[in-house]
Design a protein around this ligand. Structure first.
Ligand code: IPM
Ligand code: MG
Length: 369
């Protein structure tokens, strides 16, 4: 198969983890006779350094021309990086938001599950972990607080700023439909998270989700207030299957959900529009504090590449092989620093490795299947 993949290395640990993911893709291409062509796209801080803006029209055109885009991470240290001396709409994050909007990537899927091998890295108590958990956060990605009207101004001599949380019913409906469709392929439960006891936008959200639910009678729908959801994620994460929520709540809850799994470095994420096109990226950020040290966990990015093969290219077998290879490497006790057992846990048979070694181990495991 011939696939044109847009590649955004980005900032911080982005370039390091992307290098490992491309290594894995090349291994797959060699073994299964595919042609993966990479088109490097500048976005984020590296684009600011090269062009003065975080996302150029040329970069958008490259992304649109690709069959799918694989991304590392963008952004830097807000205290020390000169990028953050720029106005907000010229900073690295504005590039990512602009790309999401330009490609209409309204559905962001963030799976959070516990790898059984990594129970010892999970910060939750053993009785809460039980047999593990497996949930999918469906985050609305092109509306809500992130894209509503905002302003920083001055009223009566006082500085004032506001952001608005706006949704129309179509925006809610399309993400709700996607959530129910995915729930049908999983455990048939949707927990829609909102703040309907306070916000009008949440009350509309709830009403539209209820309407969509009538078309999916086999799916159990439950509503949960966002503050309670934050608590339930650490109290009883097993109760969740698909969590459907608006942009900002999803941003916060998806970090929490991934942390309770033991490592944000293990979780992939995909963003879709109505077509098969997807933007695939690790759930974690650019981690500027560890950039260049060779210790970042590349697994989330490698899993994102696997998701790309599965969902954008229909290469199920190849995606399975990537997942199997990762499990094999974890079974054999190899860990990057972020997924080392918590203090006090057993570390016999565990070997700590860096970014490049982890990538090499996964490639070699692929070659043995
Ligand atoms: C994420 C990130 C982004 C977001 C930032 C980098 C703009 O936190 O993908 O979760 O808030 O959406
Ligand atoms: Mg986030």
């Amino acid at each position: 198969m011939n696939c044109n993949i847009g590649v955004i290395r980005g900032d911080g640990i982005g370039p390091e983890i992307i290098t490992e993911a491309l290594k894995v893709l090349d291994t797959i291409a060699g073994r299964y006779d595919h042609n993966f062509n990479y088109d490097e796209i500048l976005m984020g801080g590296c684009s600011i350094d090269a062009t003065g803006v975080p996302l150029t029209d040329g970069a958008i055109a490259q992304a649109k021309a690709a069959d799918a885009v694989l991304m590392g991470s963008i952004g830097g240290d807000a205290k020390t990086s000169t990028w953050y001396k720029l106005p907000a709409d010229k900073r690295p994050e504005a590039g990512l938001l602009g790309l999401r909007k330009a490609l209409n990537l309204f559905a962001n899927l963030r799976p959070a599950y516990l790898f059984p091998q990594l129970k010892a890295a999970c910060p939750l108590r053993e009785d809460i972990i039980g047999d593990g958990f497996d949930m999918l956060i469906m985050r609305e990605l092109t509306g809500g607080l992130y894209f509503g009207k905002r302003e920083t101004t001055e009223v009566d001599g006082k500085r004032l700023a506001y952001d608005t949380l706006t949704y129309n019913e179509d925006e809610i409906r399309r993400i709700a439909i996607k959530s129910f469709e995915i729930a049908m392929m999983r455990n048939k439960k949707v927990t829609s998270v909102d703040k309907a006891n306070v916000l009008d936008s949440s009350r509309l959200w709830r009403a539209v989700v209820e309407e969509v639910a009538t078309d999916f009678p086999q799916v159990t729908l439950e509503h949960m207030l966002v503050d309670n959801a934050a608590m339930q994620l650490v109290k009883d994460p097993k109760q969740f299957d698909v969590i459907l929520t608006e942009n900002m709540f999803g941003d916060i809850l998806s970090d929490e959900a991934s942390m309770v799994t033991g490592s944000i470095g293990m979780l992939s994420s995909a963003s879709f529009n109505e077509s098969k096109f997807g933007l695939y990226e690790p759930s974690g950020g650019s981690a500027p504090d560890i950039a260049g040290k060779g210790i970042a966990n590349p697994i989330a990015t490698i899993l994102s590449a696997g998701m790309m093969l599965r969902y954008s290219f229909g290469l199920e077998l190849e995606a399975d092989v990537i997942e199997k290879a990762i499990n094999n490497v974890l079974d054999r006790g190899f860990r990057t620093i972020d997924i080392m057992p918590m203090p006090g846990e057993d570390t016999s048979n565990i070997t700590q490795v860096g970014t490049v070694d982890m990538g090499d181990l996964i490639c070699r495991a692929i070659d043995t299947f």
